[in-house]
Design a protein around this ligand. Structure first.
Ligand SMILES: Cc1cc2nc3c(=O)[nH]c(=O)nc-3n(C[C@H](O)[C@H](O)[C@H](O)COP(=O)(O)OP(=O)(O)OC[C@H]3O[C@@H](n4cnc5c(N)ncnc54)[C@H](O)[C@@H]3O)c2cc1C
Length: 371
């Protein structure tokens, strides 16, 4: 039996779900998303939820601009999603303290300088002022940069809210169905094979994270996405012991409203193995000890891992696939998929509707790997 849709999205992480919501809200009548497991059970659930372009970017340019636009998008997204679905994404615009190692002072001054020239807010904080802001931080830390506009969210709540809104608007999000092949006729896709069925589609969007290389291999094209494992440890406190995100040379803290503190994250090449390891947990505990020794007495709650999708240049691929005009790709969001997810969905919707996106996507074209 064959069924059909206008847009078929493959992959139900934050990127796929954000695309489904944006496409159905943009007026496309039939949107189907196919996820081989449960929605958001891979990297999108493992993430810490920082919206932190000023800590992440290494300099000005199109990637910083994309990340800043994505951060700005979150300012209204929380209220939109709460009104539409009742779900609270725990948007916390608390700012980020970027701890400066004595050996890194020159680099930190450089970071502050280029960010100010780019019009971003940066404050320099002495060691004493830092402990006034966050008494739990180690007295050995001699200073920090403060980025007051950074924020964080709870990623699984973002995913739940985007999915609920997409469904309410009429998108079909199917779980436990795997896309196993494409149906190609001349240079266009006619659809996919999934769950023993043929699903016909006018447009296909591949949002399959680190599995995108395997998926596109089915078409004889290799997009070089690879998995980079990240582990996180969670401690639990009676009340939040921090009032900012804290980013150090060895790791970061993400405080949640309920007193949980995430300690993240490792960066490892371990293939598709998303299991946390004792080495990973030990290195994160060492990072936590160096930043806030008193945290080591907190009850250990949980550890987990996920696979970040990374392309060789570290930038996402968002756009039409070369040679197959009705195939789009949105992947490679690497360390910033939660930040970039909602905006990516809206940009993909603009592309599919053949509108001009508000942010130039040329630097992120999947075609850059096929020239
Ligand atoms: C430890 C860690 C911390 C992180 N912290 C942050 C952070 O603080 N801020 C931030 O912005 N980002 C963060 N990230 C990055 C972010 O989590 C990722 O960039 C993002 O989740 C990627 O989303 P995705 O939808 O592309 O991939 P995924 O979430 O991996 O989703 C892809 C989906 O495709 C499905 N799929 C694959 N093949 C098929 C198929 N053939 N058929 C059907 N379905 C298929 C998979 O089952 C999966 O559910 C972090 C990541 C990790 C691991």
């Amino acid at each position: 039996m064959a069924r059909g849709t206008e847009v078929l999205i493959i992959g139900g992480g934050i990127i796929g779900v954000a695309c489904a919501r944006a496409l159905i809200r943009a007026g496309i009548r039939r949107v189907v998303l196919i996820e081989r497991g449960e929605l958001g059970r891979q990297a999108s659930r493992a993430a810490a939820g920082m919206l932190a372009p000023q800590a992440e970017a290494d300099g000005p340019g199109p990637f910083l601009d994309l990340c800043l636009a994505a951060r700005a998008r979150y300012r209204t997204l929380g209220a939109e999603l709460r009104d539409a679905t009742g779900e609270d994404i725990e948007y916390c615009p608390w700012g980020l303290l970027y701890l400066v190692d004595p050996a890194e002072q020159e680099a930190a001054r450089g970071r502050a300088a280029w960010q100010r020239s780019a019009g971003l807010r940066v404050e320099e904080v002495s060691g004493q002022a830092l402990r006034g802001l966050e008494p739990a931080l180690s007295p050995d830390i001699q200073g920090a940069l403060f980025f007051p506009d950074e924020a964080h969210v709870r990623p699984c709540a973002v995913l739940r809210a985007l999915a609920a809104d997409a469904r309410q608007q009429g998108a079909q999000l199917l779980e436990n169905v795997e896309v196993v092949d494409f149906i190609l006729a001349e240079d266009r896709l006619r659809g996919v094979r999934a769950g023993g069925e043929t699903i016909l589609a006018d447009v296909v969007v591949a949002c399959t994270g680190p599995w995108t290389a395997r998926l596109l291999d089915l078409l004889g094209h290799r997009l070089p996405v690879e998995p980079v494992r990240g582990q996180i440890v969670r401690g639990r406190f009676a009340r939040p012991p921090l009032t900012h995100l804290v980013w150090g040379p060895l790791g970061y803290f993400v405080p949640r409203l309920n007193g949980e503190v995430l300690i993240g994250a490792t960066m490892e090449l371990a293939g598709f193995d998303a299991t946390p390891t004792l080495n990973g947990v030990a290195s994160l505990c060492e990072a936590a000890r160096s930043m806030a020794p008193s945290f080591m007495a907190a009850p250990f709650d949980k550890a987990w891992a996920g696979l970040r999708p990374r392309l060789p240049d570290g930038l996402p691929a968002i756009g039409r696939f070369p040679d197959i005009p009705n195939l789009y790709v949105a992947t490679g969001h690497y360390r910033n998929g939660i930040l970039l997810g909602p905006l990516t969905g809206e940009l993909v919707a603009e592309l599919v509707l053949e509108k001009r996106p508000p942010v130039s996507l040329d630097p992120f074209s999947p075609g850059r790997f096929f020239r």
